[in-house]
Structure formats: C-alpha cells, structure tokens
Design a protein around this ligand. Structure first.
Ligand SMILES: NC(=O)c1ccc[n+]([C@@H]2O[C@H](COP(=O)([O-])OP(=O)(O)OC[C@H]3O[C@@H](n4cnc5c(N)ncnc54)[C@H](O)[C@@H]3O)[C@@H](O)[C@H]2O)c1
Ligand SMILES: [Zn+2]
Length: 282
C-alpha cells in the first residue's frame, strides 16, 4: 500500500507521461465496475465466483446454450442499462485532445464507445451483436432479444422475481423452460459475438493490436489484472520494445514488474483528475 505522498508523486509521473501523447490504452473489466458491471478477479468478481462459459461447452450441447441464453437474456437488461463512468469519459476526452492514439479493450460492454471514444478495438468482441456459427451473419443483439422475448412470453417476469439483478443462478426448472432460437437465415446456432474462454481472437485483430502497441509512446493499462494472456501479450510486446508501461489498477496485476508506473487507485476519480489536468475546459 502506498502512502498518500507516494500516490501523489506517482500520479504526477503518470500525468507527465500521458501529457506527451501517443498513449495506447489497454482496458479491462475494472474500468466498468464503477458502471455496475462486475469484473472477474476484483472485489466484485470474488463475491460473484463467476465461472465463465467456454467455447467448447457452448457449442457442445443445446442444454449449455439454453443455460447461457436464459441467463444472458436477463443479464442483457443490466448491460444495456449501464452507463459509461468518469473513467470512460476521461479516456474519450483524452482521445479527443489527441493524447490517446488507440484504445484496445478487453471489455464487451461497449461503454468506451458510449462515452464517445472512437476507433475502439474490441479485442474480445461485443455483446451488442450476435453471430451465426453456420453462415457467419452478424445481427444486432436487440433483434435477438426481441425474438427471445417473443418465444418466452411470461418467462421474464417469473425469472425476474427470483433474480432481480440478472446475476444469480437460475433454477434448473426455469432454464429448462427457456426456448432458444436459431439463425433466421440458415437455422444455424447463434452465439454472442464475443470471444469465449477456449476460443482464439481472430488473427488480424491480434496483429492490429500488436501494431498499435508497437507505435505507442506509452501503453496505459486500465483496470485489468492481466491474468488473461489475450491482453497480457501486448504488455509483453511493449516491454520487449522498451515502450514504457503504466498501470492503473486496484490490486496487483501480472504486468506490475514490467511497468514504469503502477497506481493502485479507483479509475473513475483518478482518470477524471487526469483529464481535468490535461484537458482544461476551453
Ligand atoms: N465489462 C466487461 O465487458 C467485462 C466484465 C467481466 C469480464 N469481462 C471479460 O473477462 C476478462 C477479464 O479480464 P480483465 O483483466 O479485463 O479483468 P479482471 O477481472 O481479471 O481484472 C479487473 C481488475 O480491475 C480491478 N478493479 C476493479 N474495479 C476497479 C476500479 N474501480 N478501479 C481500479 N481498478 C479496479 C480489479 O481489482 C482487478 O484487478 C476479459 O477478457 C473480458 O473480456 C468483461
Ligand atoms: Zn446462419
């Protein structure tokens, strides 16, 4: 734990680095916890004991897909209701001021874009769209949501009583009574357009992120434990190229030893203060 004076000087160093521009942001679930979306490995994640769906489980059985879509149908309300927080707004503001050259996010919630950021690379895809595993067609999630609601009239309210925040386990009976729907074009299996555990990020997307990282003057990690190799590899890449790395995260991360600056602080207030210093109102 740092003292207040140490935190202050670390914040000053971070501000100086960001002020020089060329910042590539690598964000994780910790950036969205202040918007009410739980992470996996921080405080909110530990309470939740989340066990994420794997690709193999999802494609392996219709029962697994029914379970996924039943829970997700309820959880979707929560995700679409979430608003960007001060951290997302600060990143967008720094980008508008030309200090942020690129944003790579491991998040699937779309909150960077909702805050006004542009050209966000969604490393793990986005929950706002759905993909057919047979014909490859992508379609908006809200269309599927309407179809699922129509196929499950009354189901929502029964589930809602048991599970007001969409985050608790659903009764097996309730899951078995949930009807899933297939691709309207070809009858194929629909999957959210996100990368599940056990699935690889498309090669071109990974290459794009390596290239962005390689051009960075600073790699700024925001709210990621970097436990998942998918994000951590860009920290390794930056370290190999001697590109400075700064990490703002509550709790330790796998990249701490490679970082020039680590700041253990809440993201909303920290990034808000950073943007206020570097982007004074005109
Ligand atoms: N919001 C989302 O889209 C979301 C949510 C959960 C999981 N995921 C997926 O799961 C994986 C999780 O890996 P990850 O590294 O992104 O997350 P993680 O859960 O492994 O790590 C999040 C880190 O953020 C810290 N943190 C939480 N709230 C914070 C705050 N307000 N200020 C500062 N730090 C805070 C936690 O202590 C933790 O160390 C990703 O691959 C992602 O695709 C996405
Ligand atoms: Zn199809």
């Amino acid at each position: 734990m740092e003292t207040a004076a140490e935190t202050g000087s670390t914040f000053g160093l971070l501000t100086d680095l960001v002020a020089d521009g060329g910042v590539v942001v690598l964000s994780g679930a910790g950036l969205s916890t202040e918007s009410g979306i739980p992470d996996y490995r921080g405080e909110s994640g530990r309470k939740r004991q989340a066990r994420p769906m794997t690709y193999q489980t999802f494609v392996g059985s219709v029962a697994a897909r029914r379970r996924y879509w039943a829970r997700s149908h309820l959880g979707w309300r929560h995700i679409t209701g979430a608003l960007p927080n001060a951290g997302h707004r600060a990143v967008a503001e720094l980008q508008r001021r030309g200090l942020v050259a690129g944003i790579i996010t491991q998040n699937v919630d779309g909150l960077h874009q909702a805050a006004g950021a542009s050209d966000v690379v969604e490393l793990h895809g986005g929950l706002d769209r759905v993909r057919c595993l047979s014909c490859g067609e992508r379609s908006p999630r809200h269309v599927l949501h309407r179809r699922l609601a129509a196929a499950n009239l009354g189901w929502d309210s029964a589930a809602g009583e048991i599970n007001p925040d969409g985050d608790a386990d659903l009764d097996d009976d309730l899951i078995e009574s949930f009807t899933i729907v297939d691709c309207r074009g070809c009858g194929g299996v629909l999957k959210p357009d996100v990368i599940f555990f056990g699935e690889n990020v498309p090669r071109v997307r990974v290459q794009e992120c390596y290239a962005m990282t390689g051009r960075a003057a600073l790699l700024l990690v925001l709210g990621s434990s970097l436990t998942v190799m998918s994000g951590y590899r860009f920290v390794r890449h930056a370290a190999e190229l001697a590109i400075p790395i700064a990490i703002v995260n509550q709790g330790p991360t796998r990249g701490d030893a490679q970082a020039m600056v680590t700041l253990d602080a809440p993201l909303g207030p920290t990034l808000g203060a950073l943007a206020a210093q570097l982007c004074p109102a005109t």
